[in-house]
Design a protein around this ligand. Sequence first.
Ligand SMILES: Cc1cc2nc3c(=O)[nH]c(=O)nc-3n(C[C@H](O)[C@H](O)[C@H](O)COP(=O)(O)OP(=O)(O)OC[C@H]3O[C@@H](n4cnc5c(N)ncnc54)[C@H](O)[C@@H]3O)c2cc1C
Length: 474
Amino acid sequence: MFDVIIAGCGPTGAMLAAELRLHDVRVLVLEKETEPASFVRIVGLHMRSLELMAMRGLLDRILPHGRQRPAGGFFAAIPKPVPKGLDSAYAYLLGIPQPIIERLLEEHAIELGAQVRRGCAVAGFEQDDEGVTVELADGQQLRSRYLVGCDGARSTVRKLLGVGFPGEPSRTDTLMGEMKVGVPQEEIAAKVTEISKTHQRFWLRPFGEGIYSVVVPAAAVSDRAVPPTLEDFKQQLRTIAGTDFGVHSARWLSRFGDATRLAERYRVGRVLLAGDAAHIHPPIGGQGLNLGVQDAFNLGWKLAGQIRGWAPETLLDTYQAERHPVAEDVLDNTRAQTELLSTEPGPQAVRRLLTELMDFDEVNRHLIEKITAIGIRYDFGEGPDLLGRRLRDIDVKQGHLYGLLHRGRGLLLDRTERLTAGSWSDRVDYLADPTAALDVPCVLLRPDGHVAWIGDDQQDLDDHLARWFGKPAD
Ligand SMILES: Cc1cc2nc3c(=O)[nH]c(=O)nc-3n(C[C@H](O)[C@H](O)[C@H](O)COP(=O)(O)OP(=O)(O)OC[C@H]3O[C@@H](n4cnc5c(N)ncnc54)[C@H](O)[C@@H]3O)c2cc1C
């Protein structure tokens, strides 16, 4: 008997397993593939994900494997500088191969005590009042109290759960790959600048070590079911650019569509969905992995509280209440970005207008905060603007704020030195007189770093501790 079985050991499943282990939850991750992924797709970790990694002491492990790039110019690939005054101690994009981030997250989960079984595909399940019986493809049955489907876009768990996945099917396919080129960088840059004026779904971007990320429309490449070849890329490059830039030595080639769908529900009884299993959208802006890891971060401590028995009755449902609107917003911004990549005159005109508007720093910053997820504000009811937002990493007398969140517990930052989280001290840490950088008397942080309460009154604080962390300990 496990507390939680997670289907899928992608970035979402691995992150969730680690978060649950911080609270001693017995976790089993079932992964259908026998080996980790072999493709070398570079993904971008955005500011909020970098913050999460810092909060769990993972960032130092991850940084040496990635390349830091400026935190600007993501929205619809409109080239704009980094907006001024980004409110994060980690104001950059980290380009990192997806298999490396997956491996590091899986190792982290295992170090914390999660079990990962590879070559085990979830094929069925049945839930009752006490738990879930999970059936594997080989007929074996396992039992847990909860099941979470982190099994990607074609999620078996979502389908078996019968949860609707409304949205739009793919309309436009794109080829994307990483390969070497046979001509000098300057020659490519000049040509790409010229072509980019009229073709938005086209780029050759250097990733270092002679590797280029190449994107071209799949228009003339026919069969969707057949994986693309280097020759397909060459043909498309020649059609658009008049040259194939001598591309060779592909290390990864793919074709993806722009299907956009969102699960109607994230929870049915004891079964939940997270990551691509719950939402899919075009990769523009590089948000999918980030969104999934952030789902896991939101869900982990809540599900742990449910299992440990301290969660208030409504806590687990705040997962959907908070994360569904965030995914809706990501789907919308990818829809908007996709339109802006169209070569039709209307969308091109809108793109020119938006390009002008983004010269206003506030517009540029708003879009970057949206894509990097540092602009998220959960609806915790009325209150100051900071309520429901995440607190940036700030210097505190004991070091860095995020350094105090490694254990995934709540944290009370008390400048008044009069308040206490006493009866909740098994779930919430306390820090007196933390820093002058905080311009409010006292802040209660949830384990995911979001501000759950601001004030200076003990009774009001106790009410909010109970709202998020349940009944006080005896
Ligand atoms: C071209 C491209 C570029 C991208 N670039 C970016 C980027 O820059 N930034 C970004 O944030 N995102 C990017 N993404 C999106 C990102 O790759 C996904 O959003 C991310 O992988 C989702 O993680 P996940 O763990 O939810 O799902 P997945 O990564 O799909 O993992 C699901 C796991 O579940 C396993 N599984 C499936 N079925 C079962 C089953 N029945 N039982 C057990 N295991 C099962 C699978 O084998 C897999 O390991 C990109 C996507 C594409 C296509």
